[in-house]
Design a protein around this ligand. Structure first.
Ligand code: DND
Ligand code: ATP
Ligand code: MG
Length: 274
């Protein structure tokens, strides 16, 4: 295995093989234990219709039910956060049904994003690029989830996992901002395995991953934007051999996005000088 590949696998905590039942169990228990230890009243999470939030949502609902069964109080609030109407509305509805949260809210981020974009245009003098508007959508989704969490004593779940973390493929302080990461250490195919194990329909576990942030290219596949396949990223994270140019691309993205996996740089820190 390549030296840097091993460093990355160790840093992200990926296991080459998993037992889906055991992984579901330890992640549900992690979510339940964290509520017990902190005294928080439950969780909130955006449900997009994509497989990561479907999985994390189902784990969260199972965790709060487990706590209630043992006499505790906990609630899970799922939040649909469309920018007006999603192109994959039916997938989002199917995900909400499968997650079966205690409560489901729908919070349209379009008024916030559009108001923000308008003020940006007035202030800066040029329109915001579609790319930056996409990151703004991700950040306002974060703001909405923290508003619900703050008012009700809940914690915000993030869906970051190893296959996104390694490439820094998330919006810094957007979907990258959360209180707890129940999918950490999993690659994409392991997320799928867990969702299958939980009995989700094929439509949910086989869904093509998309950040779905762009007005001008709705539902653009992550793999298209990354120029990498999840098959390759997953193989790399399981310590398998991938073509050299693929490994180099993954390692380069991991290196360049280190700032996203740390707290803001302080004066005595040196990691960034390496
Ligand atoms: N070396 C450095 N040290 C400290 N900070 C640094 C930095 N380089 C950039 N930055 C900061 O980071 C910012 C860039 O990061 P960021 O704002 O995240 O922007 P960026 O990484 O350019 O874009 C986010 C990417 O994540 C993808 N995404 C987003 C959300 C969800 C998903 C998904 O998979 O569903 C994917 C999205 O499609 C896009 O490709 C810069 O504007 C700068 O402020
Ligand atoms: N339209 C949306 N509605 C609600 N939450 C969203 C929406 N888009 C993104 N999110 C939140 O941002 C997170 C990051 O998006 P991301 O695309 O990585 O995950 P996903 O959509 O759940 O799965 P996939 O990566 O397979 O598309 C989601 O898990 C979800 O919590
Ligand atoms: Mg998605």
């Amino acid at each position: 295995m390549r030296a840097r590949q091993k460093t990355i696998i160790d840093e992200l905590g990926v296991r080459p093989e998993i037992d889906p039942a055991g992984e579901v169990e330890r992640r549900v228990q992690f979510l339940a234990d964290y509520l017990s230890a902190t005294g928080a009243r439950g969780y909130v999470l955006g449900i997009s219709g994509g497989l990561d939030s479907t999985l994390a949502g189902r784990l969260a609902q199972t965790a709060v039910e487990r706590l209630r069964e043992s006499g505790g109080e906990a609630v899970f609030v799922a939040v649909r956060l469309p920018y007006n109407v999603q192109h994959d509305e039916e997938d989002a509805a199917a995900a909400v049904e499968f997650v079966a949260a205690d409560e489901t809210l729908t919070y349209n981020v379009a008024p916030g994003v559009d108001g923000f974009e308008e003020e940006y245009r007035r202030t800066v003098g040029v329109p915001m690029t579609d790319f930056t508007k996409g990151n703004t959508k991700a950040r306002l989704r974060m703001v909405a989830q923290y508003a619900v969490a703050g008012d009700r004593g809940l914690l915000v779940i993030g869906t970051d996992h190893a296959a996104e973390s390694v490439t820094g493929f998330f919006t810094k302080f957007g979907d990258g901002a959360a209180d707890i990461l129940p999918l950490s250490g999993l690659n994409k195919r392991q997320n799928r395995q867990l969702l299958q194990h939980l009995g989700a329909s094929e439509r949910l576990w086989a869904k093509t991953p998309t950040a779905d942030l762009l007005d001008e290219n709705a539902g653009r596949a992550d793999e298209d934007e990354l120029g990498l396949t999840y098959e390759h990223i997953d193989d790399f994270l399981e310590g398998r051999e991938v073509p050299d140019e693929v490994a180099e691309k993954i390692e380069d993205r991991w290196w360049r996005t280190r700032h996203k996996r740390t707290t803001p740089v302080m004066i005595d820190e040196t990691w960034w000088r390496a």
